[in-house]
Design a protein around this ligand. Structure first.
Ligand code: MRU
Length: 324
């Protein structure tokens, strides 16, 4: 499964706002339209946003646009996932063929997901029952997925009895995208509403939690889809192992801890309605942060393409990047 395709001078994105009901590919030749697609979540998930932005930068270069302006427009699309800024920085500092660089970012992302899958599968016990939140799959990356990459690798090794997919309110990435990916791959899947995770753990039906990451600070605190923090608290309470799975491009060593991660707040109507059905008074006040920060002390380990990092996270992340 994939959500991003590149063909000579055109970027194609699978419209994730329409899944799973309709599989519609949209084509892009203008970087501004790609920025809008990131904003409106036609393409979403931290690594996928980075890949799409890299191709958009390349589209801007091909069209002879002002690249500083293109970078600024793309950077303003979504604030939390650091992969967007990482990819734009890499494109801006590229001296060679920009389209080849975007393709390299895309290919490397898939290779990193495969490596995370291999490393992560080692911590998955036999007959594992795994809970995941949001969508950290092929649709959220260049392909294969981070948390779902580990699940795919562990499933291929015959270790997965069940994956519980949190529905993930308000935009339902868990039910619309994660369940869709897992069912397409014939991986045993059970969908739950977000408020069922604690009871499932209490019933002894979860062996480990695997989630993605949008930005990790130098001390291991990390932002992921809203609701991840409460899953982590519940996992600790029930002594369930809790891992985040991420490429090193999701790590932001320039910030010391999670309090520095900008958290995107989205529109009120995402909570006042589901699709076209109104589910709340139209004038009720709404708080709608798209992400939350999970403190590093709730993490069992961090699964990256370079291996698994265990506490103390600040020291071990520093060692990974050669800064300590
Ligand atoms: O708002 P979204 O759908 O872009 O949020 C996605 C997530 O929070 C994912 O878990 C995260 O990007 C990791 S994707 C490999």
């Amino acid at each position: 499964m994939e959500a991003i395709r590149w063909d000579a001078a055109t970027l194609y994105l699978l419209d994730q706002t329409r899944l799973p009901a309709e599989e519609i590919w949209l084509s892009y030749t203008d970087y501004r339209a790609v920025a809008e697609a990131i904003k409106t979540m036609v393409v979403r998930g931290a690594p996928a946003i980075g890949v799409a932005a890299a191709y958009a930068y390349c589209l801007a270069a091909r069209a002879g646009e002002n690249l500083a302006e293109a970078r600024e427009t793309l950077a303003a699309s979504r604030p939390t996932a650091v992969n967007l800024f990482w990819a734009l920085e890499r494109m801006a500092s590229c001296k060679g063929d920009l389209c080849a660089e975007a393709e390299a970012i895309h290919k490397e992302d898939i290779a990193m997901c495969r490596a995370m899958g291999e490393h992560g599968a080692a911590v998955v016990p036999a007959h594992a029952r795994i809970l995941t939140h949001c969508n950290a799959g092929a649709l959220a990356t260049g392909g294969y997925g981070t948390a779902l990459g580990v699940i795919r690798a562990a499933h291929s090794a015959g270790k997965v009895d069940m994956v519980y997919a949190d529905e993930t309110r308000p935009l339902l990435q868990g039910s619309r995208l994660t369940a869709y990916e897992l069912v397409s791959d014939h991986i045993p899947t059970t969908l739950i509403a977000d408020n069922m995770a604690a009871s499932l753990m209490r019933a002894g039906r979860v062996d480990l939690v695997l989630v993605g990451c949008d930005r990790m600070a130098a001390n291991g605190d990390f932002a992921n889809k809203i609701g991840t923090y409460s899953v982590a608290v519940h996992a600790q309470h029930h002594a369930v192992a809790f891992y985040t799975v991420l490429p090193c491009s999701s790590i932001d060593l320039s910030i010391p801890d999670g309090s520095h991660i900008p958290i995107e707040e989205r529109g009120a109507d995402e909570l006042r309605s589901i699709g076209r059905i109104q589910t709340a008074p139209p004038d009720v006040a709404v708080w709608n942060p798209a992400f939350d920060v999970t403190p590093h002390n709730l993490l069992t380990g961090i699964i990256t393409e370079k291996g698994i990092i265990y506490p103390p996270f600040r020291e071990n992340l520093g060692r990974l990047f050669g800064t300590s």
